[in-house]
Design a protein around this ligand. Structure first.
Ligand SMILES: [Zn+2]
Length: 203
């Protein structure tokens, strides 16, 4: 026996979420039918997708373009911190450790999950560095396998795409191993910025 078509459609929509399999998707779909509060999700999804946009400068998700950080004249536009996800921007902003601007890649290299370099906004970063006076690019991708591979891809793109590359640096790794950036404490993030290390010049 099959579920009614509209319910099946909802189950399949839940199955598209990362880490959600068929069984969980069915449980979520029935939960939506039972709990009127859970149905507010529909409106929240609609608003989140129609009332936010990507900042044309940094790629972050925002309510305005340029985003609040890019539009702030107090921020140092010559220092760009490269992160994987918007939630990493939030974590760094909360720490108060950084006064430059960001570049949000929208993901990390993950061949197993099908995320390749072409899907990340690395070319936009190279364009930005060509077009603007950029003194330093700080790589703040996660300290895991995907994050390290992503940092390497960014360094390669900058070295190939530019006559003279800016200073490239990587956040210090006083970080609990495998610790994702968004879970770092304020002090740890501050130390990670202060202790960042230059990445070797091209030979
Ligand atoms: Zn921005």
């Amino acid at each position: 026996m099959a579920f009614p078509a509209p319910l099946e459609e909802l189950i399949e929509a839940f199955e598209r979420f990362p880490g959600v399999g068929r069984v969980t998707a069915e449980r979520l779909a029935f939960h939506v039918l039972r709990d009127p509060k859970a149905r507010e999700l529909a409106g929240a999804i609609e608003r989140a997708s129609t009332q936010t946009l990507r900042c044309a400068a940094c790629g972050n998700v925002a309510e305005t373009d340029p985003c609040a950080v890019c539009a702030d004249p107090e921020r140092d536009g010559s220092q760009i911190c490269v992160v994987e996800e918007p939630r990493h921007v939030e974590a760094i902003e909360r720490s108060g450790a950084f006064k430059g601007v960001y570049h949000v890649l929208m993901g990390a290299l993950n061949p197993a999950e099908g995320t390749e370099a072409a899907q990340l906004s690395i070319p936009a970063l190279v364009e930005r560095v060509v077009a603007q006076e950029v003194r330093e690019v700080i790589l703040a991708t996660d300290p895991d396998v995907e994050g390290e591979a992503t940092a390497l891809a960014v360094v390669e793109a900058l070295e190939q795409g530019l006559e003279r590359r800016p200073l490239l640096s990587r956040l210090a790794r006083g970080v609990p191993s495998g610790g994702a950036l968004e879970y770092m404490h304020r002090g740890v993030l501050q130390d990670a910025f202060e202790g960042r290390r230059a990445i070797g010049e091209r030979r």
